[in-house]
Design a protein around this ligand. Structure first.
Ligand code: ZN
Ligand code: ZN
Length: 131
């Protein structure tokens, strides 16, 4: 089916004219330049670049070895320990505390509102009586 193609770009087509168009595309030319400058070795990570990122540090690299080296750095250890210190269990404890506080507050608010409503209600009753 695909008679023509560019092995380098994994490009396939059925018409020579299409291949000619492909050979003049920026994508193809860039890859060709890259190949030439790299002694004909196509970097494996050109298109399917695997990214390694370390969120706590905001660290990004494209090599596993590089990432592994990063994980050994003191900066990374410090950053990840900071993350570990806010473990879910601790977060839960904090939120339970907060919930209790909020509940207590909302109780007070409800009380206040009820008091107000009662007063208002009484007021309006008086008004109705006036009319
Ligand atoms: Zn190509
Ligand atoms: Zn890190």
């Amino acid at each position: 089916m695909n008679k023509f193609g560019c092995e380098m770009c994994k490009y396939k087509c059925t018409k020579k004219s299409n291949l000619d168009i492909h050979l003049s595309t920026k994508k193809h030319l860039e890859l060709e330049t890259l190949l030439k400058s790299n002694n004909g070795i196509l970097p494996a990570n050109t298109n399917t670049r695997k990214k390694f990122s370390c969120e706590p540090c905001g660290f990004i690299c494209y090599k596993n070895a590089c990432y592994m080296r990063h994980t050994q750095t003191q900066k990374h250890i410090d950053n990840t320990q900071k993350c570990v210190s806010s473990t879910p269990s601790e977060l839960t404890a904090v939120s339970v505390d907060l919930m209790v506080q909020l509940l207590h507050q909302s109780k007070l608010i409800t009380q206040l509102l009820e008091e107000r409503l009662t007063t208002k209600h009484m007021d309006s009753k008086e008004n109705v009586n006036d009319i």
